[in-house]
Design a protein around this ligand. Structure first.
Ligand SMILES: [Zn+2]
Ligand SMILES: [Zn+2]
Length: 144
């Protein structure tokens, strides 16, 4: 099926665009999606698919859809970093020095597995790849 905007290239994305304040579903090619997205940026940074704004994103602290990852890339990186830092300080209730290194690795792996599932659900494959790499490194340590 061809892109509904340019009617030249194959449609790859289904996006919701505002036409006279009415949300209209359109199938667009990659090029048109990008053009529409950049068109939004100067006014208010808004995801063309789910209509999420930068402010919404900072409030709920997560992406609304896959397109958000392109639109709010910088914001999401910042949020993910804050999230990770916040959580690294209080994992579990047992103080670190009371646990064996092996227990700590197991716990970390479990946590990473959860994060990996989330990353895949959110279609954040870059992050998923990073998590997988970290898990492999940890598994290597566990065998020693
Ligand atoms: Zn097009
Ligand atoms: Zn979105």
């Amino acid at each position: 099926m061809l892109c509904e905007r340019c009617k030249q290239r194959p449609a790859v994305n289904e996006v919701v665009v505002m036409e006279q304040d009415v949300p209209v579903k359109k199938r667009l090619c990659r090029q048109c999606t990008v053009e529409l997205m950049t068109g939004y940026v100067p006014v208010v940074k808004r995801c063309p698919t789910c209509q999420m704004t930068r402010q919404d994103l900072l409030r709920v602290r997560k992406a609304g859809c896959a397109t958000c990852y392109t639109v709010f890339r910088d914001e999401l990186i910042k949020i993910t970093r804050q999230y990770q830092q916040g959580h690294d300080h209080h994992i579990g209730s047992v103080p670190d020095q009371l646990r064996t290194p092996h227990e700590r690795i197991e716990e970390r792996l479990e946590k990473l597995a959860g994060e990996l599932t989330r990353a895949v659900e959110q279609e954040d494959y870059e992050r998923a790849a990073r998590i997988q790499k970290e898990m492999k490194q940890l598994e290597g340590q566990g065998d020693v």
